[in-house]
Design a protein around this ligand. Sequence first.
Ligand SMILES: NC(=O)c1ccc[n+]([C@@H]2O[C@H](COP(=O)([O-])OP(=O)(O)OC[C@H]3O[C@@H](n4cnc5c(N)ncnc54)[C@H](O)[C@@H]3O)[C@@H](O)[C@H]2O)c1
Length: 412
Amino acid sequence: MSTQPPMEVAAVGGGMFTYDILLPSLYHMQRIGAIGGIRVCAINNKPLRELKEAPHFAEAFPGQTFEAHPPLDAPADALYPDLYKEVLASLPPYSAVAVALPDQLHYHVVMEALKNNHHVMCVKPLVHTHKMALEIAGIAREKGLFVGVEYHKRFDTRSLMARRHYGQGHFGEFVMGEAKMIEPYYYRHSNFQNWFTCDQTDPFVYVGCHYVDLVCFITGLKPVSVSVRGVKRRFPNGKEGYMWANGRVVFENGAILSVTDGLGYPDEGAGSNEQCLNMYFEGDDKGGHLKHDDQFRGVCHSYLEGIGCAGSHFNFVSPDFFQFVPWEGAGHKPVGYGYTSISGIFGVMNRMRAETAGMSESAALERRRAIIDEVDAQGLFATPLNSNYNELVLEAARESILNDGINVDIRA
Ligand SMILES: NC(=O)c1ccc[n+]([C@@H]2O[C@H](COP(=O)([O-])OP(=O)(O)OC[C@H]3O[C@@H](n4cnc5c(N)ncnc54)[C@H](O)[C@@H]3O)[C@@H](O)[C@H]2O)c1
């Protein structure tokens, strides 16, 4: 048994993803001994204060906390855009860096993490260009560092079932499909208005990528062309963003996936968003079909107070994505594919640490590279090497949406 201390973790970004999913996952992994100390770095200390003060964290994880960068007593209006560099440099080598920043900043932080010899978990999409994804894949393989891209929908049981059945030929061949992911309207009033602008990103890149990745994950088919048309609106701060997008993705076998995305699901609605996947297949003169209602999963709650999404009372709650439930220790534990996906990525890093403990540096490097190759080939966890078709799709999608929906062929 290894005597090395558990892996230190730095989360970079203190926004919605960190609040809703990442920090609770890290706290749970910390108390079961899967990770050690947690640092959280944001551009200023406002979100860090919210993370520290949220009562549900104290209830779920009594006595646990994180190290704030910048500290909570720093001036409230000061910005620290490069502080993450100091935080990453302060970690012991082969620590973990969890990147939960606006998409366009991922590349810089991932590269800085690799420079400091850390493993990386990055929220999707990893980066916005294929070239960047290949560069990250090359450096990570060379240094034997694991980079996992957090596409949590892959770990929804229904997605794993679909991948297994498709692989066994039970559906036939994918030919036509539609997916939808409409996020809440209130996102327009959040920090999104500072970065979700037309020149940087759009709803197809933001959430459409989930379903494109999922269809590739289920079928193994690669996209060959993309067209995306968007609808622009102004955020409350006056900046212009694409609030709606519709994309058509054509796959290598001629199959077509239509993807509709937006920031517009009514805040008064019962679901926290709208999402679904519908796929048609053909085989042996018969049709196959898969239909996932990803929004209404059969559970409704009506609360006395407005504690639901956007302050709502009546909610379709997902027992599958991310929930707190009682557990055998003090507090509550996170369950669902949001947690499984994150803990799985950290599991690969911990496996590397355990299997290389006590080895010479050269033997350890070879072992870590062999694990990377194994994970790349298995294709369960998204990595820069095995999922960079996503960056190809996103690059083509950006070219298309900025040119009013022209068809863009994908060239690797
Ligand atoms: N919100 C979700 O449920 C969700 C789900 C999956 C993936 N994601 C992805 O997570 C990423 C972030 O999304 P979000 O919803 O948390 O956004 P957000 O706007 O709520 O938060 C962004 C955070 O980044 C921090 N930040 C910005 N520049 C920084 C810098 N230079 N150094 C340190 N911190 C900096 C800000 O302080 C802020 O806390 C995006 O890539 C998004 O696609 C979000």
